[in-house]
Design a protein around this ligand. Structure first.
Ligand code: TRP
Length: 378
């Protein structure tokens, strides 16, 4: 039985039809990109598959002008491979010269999850920031902040909270209902904060002038972008440059539906997993596009497009196009069995995680460099 697709900020499930999302959300397919982008697997293989107003960012890069890349994280649960997919984009843009703004959405998490702000802060640092650093994030040109504790500079802090509050004047309850379907005071508040996250870099207290802001997201976040764009356009006190956003495919959960999610044990591989655990999870859960028996598989071949192991290789673990195509062909022709494909993936993931876990140990010394702007110190 196929589960119906659901893609909202609160739930992603079923088989995701990206063409349909592009149509329904009104996104643009990615344009032809310059070489620096094509050199990156995520762009070359259309893992980043759609956008809004991305042309502005491409022009800004071409003209060597400053821009901001903004993102936010929900500090809940374990950091997993799905998070790493976005982190790779963050590091890519930082190396390209973007200034990064990274919001810990601890206020959003506080009203949606049963945790204290202190616990949420710890998760943000131990799980997210550490893994970001291990994946290449640098403190230079990076403003990592907490929604609950924007800055020790009161001018900056006031400007951010003022914006989040002022924004409420520019949207009606019916718009919220139309965009989100189900809505509550907490969700509305989180939405306004997210709009402030995305626009506040352009305030005089932050970048000093309107600058293009790029927000790379999964398509589940698009409702936040739609309402933010409407609000930003109407805002009277400051003239903003409209937001740009890109949309990446969800890294599928191990069992093949929805997205990898830290709230579903059977869906994710976390950055903490040991090699035995990875092997066990791939063997047991990774959805296979193969046939029921070896005999049948040899005859009919497998389907790489629904095979989760193949998708992980394509989106993350096999950067070499030739090798990837060979795997695809061998699997499709029946020459390669599901077990063999899973073995290739398991080895790749374990090699990656072994390196990563070492880097993460080293990253602990760098954490303080991200908190120049903060009062708190526990
Ligand atoms: N809502 C986002 C999530 O669930 C977190 C977030 C908060 C965010 N502020 C943001 C994402 C600004 C992008 C930009 O993950």
């Amino acid at each position: 039985m196929k589960k119906e697709m659901k893609v909202t900020p609160w739930e992603v499930s079923g088989k995701v039809d990206y063409e349909k999302l592009i149509r329904e959300f009104g996104l643009e397919p990615m344009p032809k990109l310059p070489k620096v982008f094509e050199d990156n697997v995520l762009f070359r293989r259309k893992v980043v598959f759609a956008h809004r107003d991305f042309g502005r960012i491409l022009d800004t890069i071409k003209n060597k002008k400053p821009f901001v890349m903004m993102t936010g994280l929900m500090p809940s649960g374990k950091f997993h491979l799905g998070h790493a997919l976005l982190t790779k984009q963050m590091v890519f843009y930082q190396r390209l010269g973007a200034k990064l703004y990274i919001a810990v959405a601890d206020l959003e998490a506080y009203n949606a999850r049963q945790k204290s702000l202190k616990e949420l802060k710890e998760v943000a640092i131990d799980q997210y920031l550490l893994n970001y650093i291990a994946l290449g994030l640098e403190p230079k040109n990076c403003d990592f902040y907490f929604q609950s504790d924007r800055s020790k500079d009161s001018k900056k802090s006031n400007a951010y909270y003022r914006l989040a509050s002022n924004f409420s004047r520019y949207a009606t309850f019916n718009e919220f209902k139309a965009i989100y379907g189900e809505i509550s005071p907490g969700k509305m508040d989180a939405s306004l904060f997210q709009a402030a996250d995305m626009f506040h870099p352009q305030l005089p207290e932050f970048e000093g002038k309107p600058v293009p802001v790029l927000v790379p997201v999964g398509p589940d976040q698009d409702p936040h972008l739609r309402i933010a764009r409407d609000i930003g356009k109407r805002y009277k006190d400051h003239k903003f440059i409209q937001l740009s956003s890109t949309y990446h495919l969800f890294l599928p959960g191990l069992t093949g539906s929805g997205k990898m999610s830290s709230s579903d044990e059977t869906s994710f591989i976390s950055m903490d997993d040991g090699s035995k655990e990875v092997e066990r999870k791939i063997k047991k859960y990774a959805f296979s596009g193969g046939q029921a028996s070896v005999e049948e598989h040899r005859k009919k071949g497998g389907n790489p497009d629904v095979d989760v192991s193949y998708q992980y290789l394509r989106m993350f673990f096999e950067p070499d196009d030739k090798k990837l195509n060979q795997i695809r062909e061998d699997y499709r022709s029946g020459k390669m069995l599901t077990g063999e494909l899973k073995e290739i993936l398991t080895e790749k993931i374990n090699a990656f995680l072994k390196e990563h876990q070492k880097k993460r140990e080293a990253a602990k010394d760098k954490i303080d460099l991200f908190f120049k702007d903060y009062i708190f110190k526990d």
